[in-house]
Every structure is written in C-alpha cells, then in structure tokens.
Design a protein around this ligand. Sequence first.
Ligand code: AMP
Ligand code: ZN
Length: 140
Amino acid sequence: MTDPNCIFCKIAAGHIPSFKVFEDDVVFAFLDIGPLVTGHTLVIPKAHYPTVMETPPEVLSAINARIPALSRAVLAATGAKACHVLVNNGSEAMQSVDHLHYHILPRKPGDSFRIPWNAGTLDKASGSSLAESIKSELAR
Ligand code: AMP
Ligand code: ZN
C-alpha cells in the first residue's frame, strides 16, 4: 500500500527526512516544510490513499483517534489556543500531494493567516433538492 513515486510514502518509510512528531503502526505526523503558520503539522496514514474518498474507515478512525492529542500538543508547543484541522481532497480543493494528509494549523489572535470564507446563501428549493440528491446517492 505504498506508491514508489509518492513523497509522503517515502517520508513515512523514513527514506526522506522529516521533522517527525509522532508515529505508530498506521499513522505518521511531521512538520510541514512550508508552514502556513508556526506549528503547521501534517498527519498522514502510512499507507498510500489519495483522498478521504478512497481511504478505508478504519484508517480514518486511526488518524482521527490521534488528532486530539496531536492538536493539543501542537497548541501547547506553539502557545496557540485554537487550530484548524483540515483536509484538501483533490486538486480543485488545493491538494498538491496525492497522499491523504490532515493539516493541523494553530491560530493566534492577530495572526496573518486567512482562509477566504465567502459564504453564499442556501434557498429552500435548492437546499431541499440537493439534500435529496445526496441522500439518494448514500442509499445506492
Ligand atoms: P496540500 O496542498 O493539502 O496537498 O498540502 C501539501 C503540503 O505538503 C504543503 O503544505 C507542503 O508544504 C507540504 N509538503 C510538501 N513536501 C513536504 C515535505 N517533504 N516535508 C514536509 N511537508 C511537505
Ligand atoms: Zn503515498
């Protein structure tokens, strides 16, 4: 379950150096080499899955089980009280490395990091129609 051309597979295997902060049988966590904020940390499965859409639930469970302690440790080490935990899935969603990774991004008051959050509106007709579409996809 590794991809010989994948940089995160190589990092998880120890073939490429990283600032590792945690490792167990399933999960590997290390500092992002291009931090958006101080403490920017990546949490990955050791096995190669491109996005959450292909990742088995038990692997996602193992990652998620580690997220609280990892997030607390990153916050304590950086003196932050808040963080984003986010996953980019697919190039349109700004994913650049095709090996699933959770970003932990600590936030502090007055920091310069911004996520454009241009909220739209959801009207009754399109909300209802969209919810029905998603429900019927789930029922397939
Ligand atoms: P994404 O855009 O969600 O795919 O994020 C990929 C992240 O991987 C970026 O934040 C990069 O800075 C980070 N990254 C790429 N190569 C390395 C590396 N060798 N070590 C640590 N982080 C890396
Ligand atoms: Zn990989």
